[in-house]
Design a binder for this molecule. Structure first.
Ligand code: FMN
Length: 181
């Protein structure tokens, strides 16, 4: 099995990149391959550009996603919704012939100093309906009061949260296996 992850925050010391590192650590112990797919160099979606063809940076990221069995989306909440960079990437992915999210299990994860990205996660679920993805319902990974649960490098340091992520990944793997039966 192979799982791909995307961070909806581009900053180097992002806590969402930290979540993906913790995810990668858990998956390694399960013998599951993990790849982080970068979306930071995607152009802003422009249908005129799209008409000329899918940019190579989008195509290669889409191919990486398509080759995965399941996907983790770790995104901050910006102004009560999905980060613009993640929405931009999904808009591009939705225009690629090989629909990378189609029929796949997806786990949404987020952390914030407040409510743990709860409000944005329901927007993301709605977007993923159109992508025909299957989002894990439980457990929801909403890391609330995140200050103090990550270090200054963005690494997840809170052991309860690290353990909880493992439960979420088991749900993701189970859902992916069910979908592929
Ligand atoms: C433009 C912007 C908008 C934000 N809006 C929200 C918000 O609506 N809700 C919230 O809980 N946090 C909000 N935050 C705070 C982020 O949750 C916090 O910065 C988070 O650590 C970002 O994730 P990162 O560490 O992966 O970059 C916002 C931050 C920025 C920069």
């Amino acid at each position: 099995m192979k799982i791909a992850g995307i961070s909806g925050s581009l900053r180097k010391q992002s806590t969402h990149r930290g979540i993906l590192r913790a995810v990668a650590g858990h998956l390694k112990t399960k013998g599951v391959e993990f790849v982080e797919v970068e979306i930071g160099d995607f152009p802003l979606y422009d249908q005129d550009l799209n008409t000329k063809g899918i940019p190579s940076v989008v195509q290669s990221a889409s191919d990486q996603l398509a080759s995965a069995d399941a996907i983790v989306l770790a995104s901050p909440e910006y102004n009560y919704s999905v980060s613009g960079v993640l929405k931009n990437a999904i808009d591009w992915f939705s225009r690629v012939e090989n629909q990378a999210f189609n029929g796949k299990a997806v786990s949404i994860m987020g952390a914030s100093p407040g409510m743990g990205t709860a409000r944005s996660q329901y927007h993301l679920r709605q977007i993923l309906v159109f992508m025909n993805a299957y989002v894990v319902n439980k457990p929801e990974v909403m890391i609330a009061q995140s200050t103090g649960k990550f270090n200054e490098l963005g690494d997840l340091t809170d052991q309860n949260t690290i353990d909880f992520l493992d439960k979420a990944l088991i749900s993701l793997i189970n859902l992916s296996n069910q979908l592929n039966q």
